[in-house]
Ligand binder design. Structure first.
Ligand code: ZN
Length: 434
């Protein structure tokens, strides 16, 4: 109840009633399960403003409103749900994650953080917590970059890490530009870009995410805290040759870019293995597109995407330079052409040590000494970390598999994650803590 309503009632204001809704994260995830289920790849495919993503975003609005939160969409297509209990005007304590997925991804990468954020708010409402500042839950747009090739699109635009011109011109595999797709969803493409006011209205960002990798299970802990994110980037490598007949063309007269692609894939593994173990280097070709793509035709062009990661920026640069050197040598030997475009590069991220310590202290009564682990996966929290205090909570993933339908966490651990997030948000919004 706000002060105006209380005055209009002419009576002493009653204590604010706890929300009638308690959001069970396991039930909420079950509710989302049919959305974007991919009958071809298996798992879930939810890409920026496709039907599944729109349904996920509608679920976010509905669920946030059912908790009495104010919902807005920012100029970069990110959704925000704010609990303004008490009307405090201080910058918000923010949490959340993303609702989009990789093609054929798992059920938790992204949605777990958004669902847990809303569930934690519902929990705090029900227990009568009065936050001393707003608590805000985010759904960041196109975190996986599955539609337009650039990860953390919404948070990078918000933070000013990408130019609006570049983003407007991005195209999806069907040839639609980001400008057209955004406009079709009611986002004015002329207004995308840095949003310093919105950023300044955030005191900190604490993202909860399913663990990617398997570090918590051997330690016997349901929840961990992130220390850092590996430096990482994506490169698009276009190999051109000469399309021809698979049967009629003599072997010594071929210019087959698929052979060069094979060398690139092999090199990615070999160069990563050969790098210093301390650099935690890894390189992957997970996507490849051949033109014309006939089983009885030598390809005229092959495009592949190289994902490379390592502890430090220079390690990634050295790894990619070595792989590209191998690709150029293989290309010269086959008489093919090579064009390499850097689609994204994210520098190494260190999460805020002070915020991480405060979250650890808030978790200690329930969970004891929570492990702190590095991660090889990129996150919106990593983008925001350059602009405001940011930290991450990970929920145990027993097999460590992610970006796959086999990704998982137990119901018990999912609920433990919400407990942890609620404990952290309560502590960060009590007594001027943020
Ligand atoms: Zn994610």
């Amino acid at each position: 109840m706000g002060p105006v309503e209380a005055a209009a009632g002419g009576e002493a204001p009653a204590a604010e009633a706890p929300a009638a809704v308690l959001l069970d994260p396991v039930a909420a995830l079950a509710e989302l399960a049919p959305l974007g289920a991919d009958p071809v790849r298996g798992g879930w495919s939810r890409h920026l403003f496709d039907d599944a993503d729109r349904e996920m975003r509608a679920w976010f609005v509905r669920t946030a409103r059912s908790l009495g939160l104010d919902v807005e969409v920012d100029r970069n297509a990110n959704q925000w749900a704010t609990w303004r209990a008490g009307g405090a005007a201080a910058p918000a304590v923010a949490t959340g994650s993303h609702l989009d997925s990789v093609p054929g991804g798992g059920p938790l990468d992204g949605p777990l953080g958004v669902v847990s954020g809303l569930a934690a708010v519902a929990r705090l409402q029900a227990e009568g917590h009065r936050p001393d500042r707003p608590i805000r839950v985010a759904n960041f747009a196109e975190e996986e970059g599955a539609r337009f090739g650039v990860p953390c699109l919404g948070s990078q635009l918000l933070a000013g890490d990408l130019t609006a011109e570049r983003v407007r011109a991005l195209t999806d595999t069907a040839g639609a530009t980001a400008a057209d797709v955004l406009a079709g969803a009611g986002i004015d493409p002329a207004r995308i870009g840095p949003d310093p006011d919105r950023l300044a209205d955030l005191a900190l960002y604490l993202e909860l995410h399913v663990e990617q990798g398997r570090q918590l299970a051997p330690l016997g802990h349901p929840v961990g805290l992130a220390t850092s994110i590996l430096a990482h980037g994506r490169w698009r490598v276009t190999l051109t040759g000469r399309g021809d007949h698979a049967g009629a063309t003599e072997l010594d007269s071929r210019h087959d870019p698929m052979l060069v692609a094979a060398a690139a894939i092999r090199s990615a593994r070999d160069r990563a293995v050969a790098a210093e173990p301390g650099t935690r280097s890894r390189a992957t070709v997970g996507k490849l597109h051949a033109v014309p793509g006939g089983s009885n035709a030598i390809a005229s062009e092959v495009t592949l995407w190289l994902d490379a990661r390592a502890e430090h920026d220079a390690d990634v640069r050295a790894l990619v330079a070595a792989i590209i050197g191998d690709v150029e040598a293989a290309s010269a030997a086959e008489g093919c052409g090579v064009v390499v475009v850097e689609e994204s590069f994210s520098t190494r991220v260190e999460f805020d040590a002070d915020l991480t310590d405060r979250v650890a202290a808030a978790l200690a009564p329930r969970l004891g000494d929570v492990p702190r682990i590095p991660t090889g996966a990129g996150h919106d929290a990593g983008i925001l970390a350059a602009h405001l205090p940011a930290a991450m909570l990970f929920v145990r993933n027993p097999d460590g598999v992610s970006h796959s339908p086999h990704e998982g966490a137990s119901d018990q651990d999912i609920r433990a994650g919400v407990d942890a997030l609620a404990d952290a948000l309560r502590a960060l919004t009590s007594g001027g803590a943020a």
